[in-house]
Design a protein around this ligand. Structure first.
Ligand code: FEO
Length: 402
């Protein structure tokens, strides 16, 4: 198989030498229906630099691609933009094999690589530092907490390439290396999904990074992330997506996220959705029997309302609601209104627990939580419909003022 893995030249000095993981379907809690890539880049001038490596099982694929350009032991410098194991899992073995002159990372990257792999050969780069590597110049920009403390961007001046590690990436496996060779709606969905599930908690830092990039004066002709395709066209469009997602301005869209045991909570969800829609907003029902937590997070990225429904089960909320709310709370979405509802048999504790989570998330509550015993009657469904109308009215007010 080694003969089949070739590098792909992406610019005068740079080759993509990463790996394609078509079968990945789960990435620490994130459903990756389209697989992913682990991108590594070989910069070839008078000296040879490897930027990032790949997940451990893909070391052979990466080395085979490097070998199609030059022998791996010709690598002079290795740069780690991000120490998470999908980009560093084989780093220690590659260092042993290559014996480079230097291995470089941000100061936090030096710590993280030592703590992960016991590596003590990694030298720290300063934020904003530029380094001559043979006839080429690289500059380094810390992007701390985007999304790990060690994260940084590397810029290659000669070719105008920003190597952005997880930033501007997506989980999408393909043989096409460039975004402009792929279907635009799929790209936008997967980029949004990546942002919502990985970067959303750090949106304030994303805004600051975008400002720094726009004030840097760097001539960015290509953005080369560590996952998914490379951007050589439409770079302003991608920067605009990030600016929009970082702002989290609400739209007139209400997510109704629920699970159900005997379809009672589902009937309530539908009545709320009908009310939202009749009120002139968009309702999207996400039954958790068929909606993964990472898809809920993606849909929440441009929503203005989060409405959650759960039956009471053993004095608690239904387990799927616990899962998705724990996950979403950690992503720290902003600017949401919301409400709670659900059916019960005797205790009916679920609503109180749902409201407590929404309050922890600083969701502005609309109306009263609605609970229905066993099966919602006409009166209860009417209340749900009215709640939907109230949510739509509030959404229109909030969106009008934002
Ligand atoms: Fe792709 Fe944060 O690792």
């Amino acid at each position: 198989m080694k003969q089949a893995f070739k590098a792909v030249q992406i610019s005068e000095h740079v080759y993509w030498v990463g790996a394609i993981d078509f079968s990945l379907r789960e990435f620490h809690g994130y459903a990756t229906q389209r697989g992913t890539t682990y991108n590594a880049y070989l910069v070839v001038g008078e000296k040879v630099t490897l930027i990032d490596t790949v997940k451990a099982p893909y070391k052979g694929e990466m080395l085979a691609r490097i070998s199609s350009v030059t022998e791996p032991d010709n690598i002079d410098v290795i740069i780690s933009n991000h120490s998470e194991m999908d980009h560093s899992g084989c780093l220690a073995e590659v260092i042993d094999l290559v014996q480079p002159e230097s291995v470089l990372a941000s100061a936090k990257g030096v710590e993280a690589l030592r703590e992960h792999f016991g590596l003590d050969c990694v030298e720290a780069l300063a934020d904003g530092e530029s380094l001559g590597v043979g006839d080429l110049t690289l500059s380094f920009y810390e992007t701390r907490m985007l999304h790990w403390p060690d994260s940084m961007f590397t810029y290659l001046h000669a070719d105008g390439i920003l190597f952005s590690q997880d930033g501007f990436g997506m989980h999408l496996a393909s043989f096409e290396r460039f975004a402009d060779e792929l279907d635009p709606p799929i790209l936008e969905y997967e980029a949004a999904k990546y942002y919502a599930n990985i970067l959303l908690p750090y949106s304030n830092l994303v805004s600051k990074t975008l400002e720094r990039v726009s004030q840097s004066g760097l001539d960015i002709r290509m953005v080369a992330p560590d996952h998914g395709p490379i951007w050589r066209k439409d770079i302003p469009k991608v920067l605009d997506w990030y600016a929009k997602w970082a702002d989290q301005k609400p739209t007139c869209k209400a997510l109704v996220v629920y699970d159900t045991m005997w379809h009672s909570t589902e009937l309530m969800a539908k009545a709320i959705g009908e009310g939202v829609s009749a009120g002139g907003a968009r309702a999207l029902l996400l039954p958790l029997a068929g909606s993964h937590r990472s898809d809920v997070a993606t849909q929440l990225l441009d929503a203005g309302a989060l409405v959650v429904g759960s039956p009471t089960m053993n004095n608690n909320i239904f387990p799927t609601l616990s899962d998705v709310l724990t996950y979403i709370k950690g992503l720290r979405p902003k600017n949401l209104i919301g409400a709670a509802f659900g059916s019960y048999g005797w205790g009916g504790e679920a609503n109180k627990q749902l409201l407590a989570v929404l309050e922890e998330m600083k969701v502005q509550l609309v109306g009263e939580a609605i609970k229905a015993k066993y099966v919602p009657d006409e009166a209860a469904l009417g209340q749900c419909y009215e709640l939907g109308l109230q949510i739509a009215a509030k959404l229109k007010e909030v969106v009008g003022n934002s």
